[in-house]
Ligand binder design. Structure first.
Ligand SMILES: Cc1cc2nc3c(=O)[nH]c(=O)nc-3n(C[C@H](O)[C@H](O)[C@H](O)COP(=O)(O)O)c2cc1C
Length: 373
């Protein structure tokens, strides 16, 4: 029989997350995951479950019906654009009233076109990463309803973006996603030089700048290392208005990656997480496999053929070093889990089975305290 002290006390509901005029029932943003790990299926499911679903736009054209080896052939960049429109339509069909965002990488060559296409085709939010989006408002000028949300890993990036946008556009971002460099999956610190500050320090520091210096209230969303409701509460207690969750959504039925990719994540332990060099010139957090070992050793056996010329600056294309990141990520998500690059947050190793997105959202937001075993 339960002792009085063991009787679970229902928790208070989490506050909603308001970004511009979009209100998500839960303060949970699903992190973008390339290539096609977070497509329409995952984003639509998260949006339906009351969070913000996010489509990762990197390399969507690859292996799509618009890619150059398919009947509707076109250039890689055209294929990306058409595949993004298709992906947005699919996500909207899955979640007609949910909040759907598109993640756009500033470091890619088609960043302006992809941002513009996302705004024109019904994205509620544009989230940027891998660089400072200093001209983003230009690309979405005809769509004031679209919220603009840069991802940052330090105060300096926030200051530069705010100053530039105020001067050039008389506006500020609608929210910031603040990266916890110690835990996030994928690239680490693509918007700052020294990505070592802890989130416990960054959230209050950025909040202090926005509230006391700029006198504005801009929601901050903490990204990295969030697994359950107590992690969400910890981030809210720091002053964040929400969290961004990536790795936890990989082991879901709705995640767009191949089943083998999800199973590798399901079976991984925290000691399998490694940091690999990447052709963008920044380190990236990933799971140990044959590919990661070769990347760490800078093996001459790595495939160095640039398949799409996707990045503004790329060690593989420009310096014949490293590897083609698009190919490596697409291989893994497509099921080649030994010869592909499997991005992962440090938080891996806690999933016990593949869950539905609704179940994961319940664990992130539930008002019921789970009983001790
Ligand atoms: C497989 C994978 C792919 C990712 N791809 C992207 C991406 O394309 N764009 C981006 O901004 N962040 C990307 N990220 C980072 C996530 O969006 C998110 O910020 C991060 O994973 C949050 O940390 P967590 O995984 O500990 O929850 C990726 C992360 C993973 C695990």
């Amino acid at each position: 029989m339960l002792q009085l002290a063991q009787i679970p006390v229902p928790k208070a509901p989490l506050p909603p997350l308001k970004i511009r005029h979009h209100i998500a029932h839960y303060p949970v943003v699903q992190g973008a995951m390339a290539v096609r790990v977070s497509g329409a299926n995952l984003a639509g499911a998260v949006a339906n479950a009351g969070g913000v679903g996010v489509i990762s736009s990197l390399g969507l054209g690859l292996n799509s019906s618009y890619s150059s080896n398919q009947p509707k052939r076109g250039s890689f960049f055209e294929a990306n654009q058409l595949a993004l429109i298709e992906e947005l339509q699919k996500a909207r069909a899955l979640s007609p009233t949910g909040i759907i965002g598109v993640n756009v990488l500033v470091a890619t060559k088609d960043y302006p076109t992809i941002a513009q296409t996302a705004a024109e085709n019904g994205a509620n939010l544009i989230i940027t990463a891998a660089g400072l989006p200093l001209n983003l408002p230009d690309y979405t000028a005809n769509h004031p309803e679209v919220a603009l949300v840069p991802m940052v890993c330090g105060l300096e990036a926030v200051q530069t973006i705010c100053r530039t946008w105020q001067e050039k556009y008389d506006r500020l971002p609608d929210a910031f996603i603040v990266e916890n460099s110690k835990t996030v999956g994928g690239h680490i610190g693509t918007t700052c030089e020294n990505p070592n500050s802890g989130i416990e320090y960054l959230i209050p520091q950025i909040q202090n700048y926005l509230q006391n210096h700029l006198k504005v209230d801009i929601p901050l969303i903490a990204a990295g290392g969030v697994w359950n409701r107590s992690d969400v509460e910890r981030m809210l207690a720091l002053g964040a208005s929400g969290v961004q969750v990536g790795t936890r959504f990989i082991t879901t039925e709705e995640c767009d990656a191949d089943r083998r990719y999800k199973e590798v994540h399901l079976n991984a332990r925290s000691q399998d997480v490694v940091v690999v060099p990447s052709p963008v010139g920044k380190p990236a957090r990933a799971l140990h496999n044959v590919f990661a070992e070769k990347a760490i050793a800078a093996s001459p056996n790595l495939e160095r053929r640039c398949i799409a010329n996707c990045l503004q600056s790329c060690l593989c294309r420009d310096g014949r070093q490293s590897y083609c990141i698009l190919q490596a990520l697409a291989n893994a998500a497509g099921g080649d889990v030994e010869n592909g690059l499997i991005f992962s947050g440090a938080n891996v190793g806690r999933a016990e089975r593949i869950l539905s997105v609704a179940e994961v959202m319940a664990e992130l937001t539930s008002v019921q305290e789970t009983l001790p075993d």
